[in-house]
Design a protein around this ligand. Sequence first.
Ligand SMILES: O=C(O)CCC(=O)C(=O)O
Ligand SMILES: [Fe+2]
Length: 197
Amino acid sequence: MNWEVYSDKLVTYDPRSPDFITVNTLFTKGECEVIRGLHTTLPFKKSQLSWGLNKDQKRDTDLYWIQSTEDSLWIFERVLNAIAHINRTHFNYILDGRISAFQLGRYSRNQGYDWHLDLGPNQASRRKLSLSIELSPESDYEGGELQFFRNGIQAIRSRQSLGNMTVFPSWMLHQVTKITRGERWSLVNWIEGPPFK
Ligand SMILES: O=C(O)CCC(=O)C(=O)O
Ligand SMILES: [Fe+2]
């Protein structure tokens, strides 16, 4: 199968993964450190959810929310520009031209987020594209893999290098495996839009 090749050197299309794509080094190492550091100024929220039929299925992440302020605007602009490009060249969804607060997440030992979709009822039903940015170098942790599920093939891993952004349709099943050593930080957001048609 042939995939179009785009001029933007940042975006690499993995022919085995037409449904999620990764942008290399959207943020530099230094920028990732700055973004991680924002948590010291933000209120902390522990996310621990159980849902569904299986009581073991759960999410356990330490969360902070980054609103758009004068100091954080550059993060919003960088991501929105990249998403606009990726959507134009790849997904072609009808999207709102805005993003809301970023979810800054920290996973420590034994924390993870079991298989789920980002689509949900009410406001979450408007989610169309999900994105996750790696704020920790891979050497900082073991486990903590962002994996996707496709047609019976579980566990297709994204390229989790520092500063990379993985973009995927919000209807795609994904998980973050439990951390077995160290700590992983990620920056997550969802681009909304009118209903699919
Ligand atoms: O931490 C990540 O990379 C993804 C987290 C996630 O799937 C979510 O918050 O919905
Ligand atoms: Fe998710």
